[in-house]
Design a protein around this ligand. Structure first.
Ligand SMILES: [Zn+2]
Length: 383
């Protein structure tokens, strides 16, 4: 017995000596920092399921692989050796669809293979989607593209939102995580410029798919197919998988930090006072330790009526917020319908959605008011 134990112990010791296993010393760890690899060297393709993917369960996501159906157009959206952007976008879309479906999300693609779909129709897929929970419209619309430049060396990752940063709070929350993971997984020229960009930098009306989307939307320009080396990587489905996985990781981390929302605001008119009230939901897991603590940043709570900020009273115990205006709605000048905006963020700095509601007098003897959720602000349509 003792001899057998000794034999196993000796074998273990021999293995440690031969393979160098066992804990690394501080000196050895320090010396690794003397020989750090170049940023551009890609790590091994490793695809573990992120434990936070459970927070994506039940999400309704529309993926929009850009372009398609235009292979006959000579040189249209092709790299230096002729690789088509539409094909790489498609492969990333299919791989991401699989990753998100495996996580329990409900995923719809805007095109089926190499077909032409107009920008408006792509956005309409997200706007009009019949949700499994009976509602209408996706939680998130993600358009998948790759970039091109006359500067051959250009190769950075960017994620685009619509219009002003103020119009796209939820899109920016998601875009931040996605952009950082794209840069890290694809080893593009990170920190070359902002990874988050407004689509109005390209066109006054922004990108057609983002402008016409009524749900939180973003557009990835993950890397540059006009760069020869990158084009060669982008023709490889394993590299496309690396990109899809980066977007998946970004979505898992975003979902982990929760999606704040609130009850549809209640609007009452009592003795010449208009009273707006709602109950906030921080969007975070109700089962977490410490969930009874306030996880909303109270400085971010803000209610406006027709763009004018109202004084709000927040009760962290009940999560209710109340704002009052000392006038009847009929006495308040403003657009028709009147617009209520509600903003708040949770401790992960994730913004609420929806943020805008229309307020319309219902007419009749009761003098009721109808409140309806609206999509984000969008640039005016082009002529
Ligand atoms: Zn494109």
């Amino acid at each position: 017995m003792t001899r057998q134990f000794l034999r196993v112990w000796m074998l273990g010791l021999t293995l440690i000596v031969l393979t160098g296993c066992g804990p690394t010393s501080l000196d050895k760890a320090m010396s690794r920092l003397d020989h750090r690899p170049d940023w551009k060297r890609h790590s091994k393709l490793d695809l573990p399921r992120h434990p936070a993917e459970k927070h994506l369960q039940g999400w309704v996501i529309v993926l929009d692989p850009g372009h398609g159906g235009q292979a006959h157009k000579k040189g249209f959206k092709r790299g230096p050796t002729g690789v088509r952007e539409a094909e790489m976008n498609w492969r990333v879309g299919k791989l991401l669809e699989r990753l998100l479906t495996d996580a329990g999300a409900s995923v719809t693609l805007t095109r089926d293979g190499d077909e032409f779909v107009s920008l408006k129709d792509r956005a309409e897929v997200a706007n009009n989607l019949a949700r499994p929970d009976g509602g209408t419209g996706a939680d998130l619309f993600i358009s998948l593209h790759h970039n091109a430049s006359s500067r051959e060396s250009a190769n950075f990752s960017s994620v685009w939102y619509h219009g002003e940063a103020d119009w796209s709070e939820r899109s920016l929350d998601v875009a931040r995580y996605v952009a950082h993971h794209l840069g890290t997984q694809l080893r593009t020229n990170v920190a070359h410029t902002s990874p988050l960009m407004s689509d109005q930098l390209m066109y006054p009306g922004g990108f057609g798919v983002l402008r016409q989307s009524n749900v939180p939307a973003l557009l990835c320009e993950s890397s540059f197919f006009s760069n020869y080396d990158e084009e060669q990587r982008l023709r490889d489905a394993d590299y496309n998988l690396r990109e899809a996985y980066a977007i998946y990781l970004g979505l898992c981390e975003y979902a982990y930090g929760g999606r704040p929302t609130q009850s549809t605001p209640k609007v009452e008119q009592i003795d010449g006072t208009l009273r707006i009230s709602t109950v906030l939901d921080d969007g975070l897991d109700k089962g977490w330790w410490g969930h009874e603590r306030d996880r909303t940043l109270s400085s971010t709570i803000n209610i406006t009526l027709d763009g004018k900020r109202l004084v709000t009273h927040y009760d962290p115990k009940t999560k209710s917020v109340v704002a009052e205006v000392g006038a009847d709605l009929a006495e308040i000048d403003g657009p028709s319908p009147h617009i209520i905006e509600i903003h708040h963020t949770n401790m992960f700095k994730h913004h609420n959605y929806p943020q805008r509601y229309s307020l319309v007098p219902e007419g009749g003897a009761g003098g009721g008011l109808a409140v309806k959720a609206l999509g984000p602000v969008r640039a005016p349509a082009k002529e």
